[in-house]
Design a protein around this ligand. Structure first.
Ligand SMILES: *[C@@H]1O[C@H](CO)[C@@H](O)[C@H](O)[C@H]1NC(C)=O
Ligand SMILES: *[C@@H]1O[C@H](CO)[C@@H](O)[C@H](O)[C@H]1NC(C)=O
Ligand SMILES: *[C@@H]1O[C@H](CO)[C@@H](O)[C@H](O)[C@H]1NC(C)=O
Ligand SMILES: *[C@@H]1O[C@H](CO)[C@@H](O)[C@H](O)[C@H]1NC(C)=O
Ligand SMILES: *[C@@H]1O[C@H](CO)[C@@H](O)[C@H](O)[C@H]1NC(C)=O
Ligand SMILES: *[C@@H]1O[C@H](CO)[C@@H](O)[C@H](O)[C@H]1NC(C)=O
Ligand SMILES: *[C@@H]1O[C@H](CO)[C@@H](O)[C@H](O)[C@H]1NC(C)=O
Ligand SMILES: *[C@@H]1O[C@H](CO)[C@@H](O)[C@H](O)[C@H]1NC(C)=O
Length: 906
């Protein structure tokens, strides 16, 4: 009974127990599951899929350090606010405009970047090139997938397995680099990446993690292989570590250790190295080029010059040096080199190969310089240094994590160069099997390495790299580094580019190259006297050059540097015109530049003004016709704009005329803010990096883009002001209302109005308004055009160009206290309409009248030997202290001092 009775009872208890047990199990399982999930989360919370990041990244510090490395830094335009700045080219439209294509693309092009580039390109040739490259890239035929380096790696074998190791969360065995990839991770995948990043060891852990390291893991951490038991997402047959256990492999390269450069040693004359200074030049600063050449010159070295093919003036002016100095030559194979362009690498390799083939030139090093470099040590010191480091190669590495460098530099993007622009056409994968390196594009390379990289019949590694770098932004910043690291020359790598660079990120990273490249680039600043400590600091370091220098921005610092190099306090004798600087803006022989109609118009007006002054006592004529303008120079004295110099030809003698731009600023309301005013003017071509207008003669035409440039001496504690600028045309209309904030951080800058071209010629007003009170007014002249494309303007062209445009918006009623009333405006408009109909003498009279209000002729000299212009005797230009014909000893290439082997200072 009991038995019977207890039977069902017992069963019931058992059932209850079972339920409990099951519930308990479920709870326990749940807890284990949660715990596991939590731990898993804990491990992978930061890195997202396929996002790679450095392990111990103190990025800001790295960047600060890299700043001093002297390379162009880049940031991806898809980043942050830069994307906004780049809207102009990042058109989101996905569809290719087939109706604009006169060819059929070899494949269907769908990717956003390629479509955008093809749509934006203007010529069919460029559109076709981009299409061709894009299709090759779709078919994986553009780049080699894999390349093989030849840097010896004794004892390191690609793929050699070292076993399973115990890892620790706070003390990683491999601590160079870390990434997570949930789809592709495998030992092979991880090894490829680590090799690319320059690490000899790769480790896979927790299935989807990849670690790279430079140092061999200690054998004490080794554990049985069975502890590494997780499958790899990218390879079912391999194991990818486990929970804090890691499978470690060799990648096949040895640990990279750059060479330490030897210090300068004194050497005998006959075994000191001979250097080629490869000057790659652009612009018009011929006097600075000569000044640089003078200070670098020694008869034992060589000077090889590449002038951009578009810089006809500089090329012509320098060509004569070949006759004067036997070791100076200009290459005849010239390229159009744009910032960051692929043609830069082509140009460098071309020059290097030519250099190897100049039989008489026995050189040991090639050192790359531009017109904005200047030495901070003497050439004798440089020679001793390079002699002590014969056969080494000097490049500067980026000093940050490689994968990050690849992204920032855009090395993972394909770029195509055409229409003098670098078009971004899409993503790419760099070939595996080689270490990627890069940094500064200032280099000093040994002859052997130059021969290796510039050989027109290159080996497989260089040939493969060239395929990659042909489609790379800023190729010179990575090609030589990568070639050096992976070739048999890897043991000659010195991580020093001998340069100190004046980085000022805040100013230098304003995306200022977007007109030539689909990317945002940074550029170093010009040195000024306040940066002197930076130059002084190079004294005890292995640094031989500094950049950038631009005498048109600041020449005082160049003089200071020259005196320092020669160990002088001040010039030891009188040097004529030491503080003067002349830079050519126009030369009538210039080829390949479209005529600047405003400059031609102004030039002939100035010539008329000048001849009128010379003819005061004589009523006979002294014609100045079209084509009377020979040259224009910007003349600065002691780093301030002094004159624009117009070299003009009259019917009776040629003259140079010094013209002063008269400022037309009127402070209307004295106020605490106006007391802080440093500069206020309207100009164009404002350079945000140097904070100067590069329109030195301040000439504005109907086709200019005027801006208001301001500089205030804002105190640290000064309050912020929101200012308004009203842009009022000669016919009394309000064309734009510009607003800007003035505070300590933005005390100098510019305000760019939206003015429609052609801009109505005549006298404009820019009114500076604060809280409905006008503080100041700037008058500026839009010069009417007397020529169009270099020829006398026709009635039809004048009606268009000199007739101006209406405001793009109707501001009637807004700020009406600041604009003329209806009746005044009506009569002003009538005058403007009549002016647009002027031709010939009537047009000239109108132009002369206005030009005289803004540009005053201050001085005239005669360029001819007889000192006569228009029958009047004037001072000879060579005898003045302002003319571009006046002596300029600091830039004059005279005779070489045979004892010293170089030029004497001035
Ligand atoms: C983008 O493309 C469309 C049509 O293709 C064009 O109308 C528009 O102006 C473009 N936008 C920019 C910012 O270039
Ligand atoms: C593009 O490819 C086609 C076909 O191969 C070729 O005929 C054409 O010359 C190429 N165009 C450019 C600009 O590379
Ligand atoms: C320099 O060259 C001369 C002759 O050419 C030789 O006598 C002398 O030993 C050389 N000196 C050194 C340091 O090589
Ligand atoms: C050489 O100098 C030019 C500047 O003139 C620079 O842009 C270029 O990248 C340099 N290249 C190398 C490899 O030094
Ligand atoms: C140049 O200008 C500075 C002030 O800007 C002045 O101190 C200096 O004496 C001037 N130098 C010469 C040579 O005129
Ligand atoms: C200036 O204008 C900005 C918005 O445009 C505003 O946020 C700011 O408060 C203003 N500052 C002052 C001092 O009025
Ligand atoms: C200028 O006038 C003087 C007399 O006043 C005359 O002798 C001279 O020939 C004139 N010059 C020219 C070039 O006509
Ligand atoms: C040429 O150089 C030597 C050695 O530096 C120097 O003593 C001499 O004065 C220089 N000659 C001239 C004309 O300056």
């Amino acid at each position: 009974m009991v038995k019977n009775g207890s039977g069902p009872k017992n069963n019931k208890w058992m059932r209850r127990y079972r339920t409990f047990f099951l519930v308990g199990c479920v709870i326990l399982c749940l807890q284990i599951y949660l715990a596991a999930r939590f731990l898993a989360l804990n491990r992978t919370v930061e890195p997202e899929e396929n996002q790679w990041r450095p392990l111990n990244a103190d990025n800001e510090l790295e960047e600060a350090e890299a700043n001093s490395a002297g390379r162009s830094k880049l940031f991806n335009p898809d980043d942050e606010d830069v994307a906004v700045k780049n809207k102009a080219y990042a058109n989101q439209s996905h569809a290719l405009k087939y109706d604009e294509l006169e060819f059929t693309p070899p494949c269907q092009i769908t990717t956003k970047e390629a479509v955008s580039a093809i749509n934006r390109a203007k010529t069919q040739k460029c559109k076709q090139l981009i299409s061709n490259v894009t299709c090759l890239s779709y078919a994986n035929q553009l780049y080699p997938q894999e390349l093989e380096g030849s840097c010896p790696a004794e004892g390191f074998t690609a793929g050699k397995e070292l076993g399973c190791f115990k890892d620790e969360k706070n003390f990683r065995l491999l601590n160079g680099y870390f990434g997570v990839n949930k789809n592709e991770n495998s030992p092979r995948f991880c090894m490829k990446l680590c090799l690319q990043s320059g690490f000899p060891y790769a480790g896979v852990e927790y299935s989807n993690e990849c670690f790279c390291g430079a140092d061999e893991p200690p054998s004490t951490s080794k554990i049985p292989d069975s502890s590494c038991n997780l499958k790899c997402p990218g390879d079912q047959h391999a194991t990818c570590g486990g929970y804090y256990t890691v499978n470690i492999y060799q990648t096949g390269i040895k640990k990279f250790v750059p060479q330490i450069a030897s210090t300068e040693t004194s050497v005998g004359k006959n075994n000191s190295v001979k250097i080629v200074f490869l000057l790659t030049l652009n612009g018009r600063a011929v006097r600075q080029v000569k000044r640089l050449l003078k200070i670098l010159y020694h008869k034992q070295h060589y000077y090889y010059i590449h002038v951009d093919i578009r810089q006809d003036y500089l090329y012509r002016e320098l060509l004569v040096l070949e006759k004067q100095l036997p070791n100076v030559r200009l290459t005849r194979r010239r390229f159009a080199t744009i910032w960051g362009g692929a043609s830069l690498l082509e140009m460098l390799r071309s020059c290097m190969w030519e250099l190897l083939n100049i039989g008489e030139w026995r050189w040991d090093f090639v050192l790359n310089l531009s017109e904005s470099d200047f030495p901070v040590k003497t050439v004798a010191q440089l020679t001793r240094f390079l002699t002590a480091n014969r056969d080494r190669n000097f490049v500067k590495s980026h000093g940050r994590e490689v994968q990050r460098f690849i992204q920032k530099q855009g090395l993972d993007k394909t770029f195509v160069e055409c229409e003098t622009r670098m078009w971004r056409v899409g993503d790419r994968k760099l070939p595996y099997g080689i270490q990627v390196d890069g940094g500064s594009d200032w280099i000093a390379l040994s002859r052997k390495f130059v021969r290796y990289v510039s050989d027109p019949a290159p080996d497989a590694l260089i040939a493969g790299l060239l395929k990659v770098f042909r489609r790379t932004l800023l190729p010179a910043e990575s090609f030589f580094h990568t070639a050096l690291r992976n070739s048999k020359f890897c043991d000659s790598y010195v991580d020093n580019n001998l340069h100190v660079t004046n980085w000022k990120r805040k100013l230098g990273c304003k995306c200022q190259y977007k007109h030539v490249v689909d990317w945002c680039g940074c550029s170093p600043n010009d040195f000024r006297p306040e940066d002197w400590p930076r130059i002084q600091n190079t004294l005890s370091r292995q640094l031989y050059f500094a950049r950038k220098f631009e005498p048109i921005v600041n020449q005082a610092v160049i003089l200071q540097l020259e005196l320092w190099l020669y160990g002088l306090e001040k010039p030891s004798r009188h040097v004529a015109n030491l503080h003067g600087y002349w830079q050519s803006l126009f030369h009538y022989q210039d080829l390949g530049v479209p005529p600047d109609d405003a400059l031609l118009t102004l030039g002939s007006s100035i010539a008329r003004q000048a001849t009128k002054m010379l003819l005061h006592s004589n009523s006979s004529s002294c014609d100045v016709g079209l084509g009377s303008l020979l040259q224009v120079h910007a003349y600065r004295y002691n780093d301030t704009n002094k004159y624009s110099l117009f070299h003009v030809e009259t019917a009776r003698g040629a003259a140079e005329v010094a013209v002063k731009f008269t400022s037309n600023v009127v402070v209307k309301k004295p106020s605490p803010l106006m007391e802080l005013l440093g500069a206020l003017y309207v100009s164009s071509e404002y350079d945000q990096k140097e904070m100067v207008s590069r329109n030195f003669p301040r000439i504005l035409s109907p086709f200019s883009e005027p801006v208001l440039v301001y500089r205030f001496a804002m105190h640290r504690t000064a309050k912020a002001y929101n200012l308004t600028c009203l842009w009022i045309s000669p016919d009394g209309r309000l064309h734009d209302i510009g607003e800007f904030t003035l505070d300590e951080a933005s005390a100098a800058g510019h305000q760019k109005p939206a003015l429609k071209q052609p801009i109505l010629p005549g006298v404009w007003k820019a009114k500076l308004v604060y809280k409905h009170v006008m503080l100041a007014q700037v008058k500026f002249l839009i010069v009417p055009l007397a020529t169009y494309s270099g020829k006398p303007i026709t009635a039809l062209q004048a009606a268009y160009a000199n007739g101006g445009s209406r405001p793009s918006k109707d501001y009637a009623g807004v700020y009406e206290n600041f604009t003329p009333d209806r009746f005044q405006a009506a009569s002003m408009e009538k005058v403007c309409t009549a002016n647009a109909k002027r031709q010939g003498k009537a047009l000239d009279a109108w132009i002369d009248n206005m030009v005289a209000r803004f540009y005053a002729v201050e001085k005239i000299c005669a360029t001819g030997v007889d000192g006569e212009v228009c029958g009047t005797k004037v001072q000879a230009c060579v005898g003045t202290d302002w003319s571009s014909f006046a002596p300029d000893p600091k830039s004059a290439i005279g005779t070489v001092n045979e004892t010293a082997g170089g030029f004497d200072i001035w």
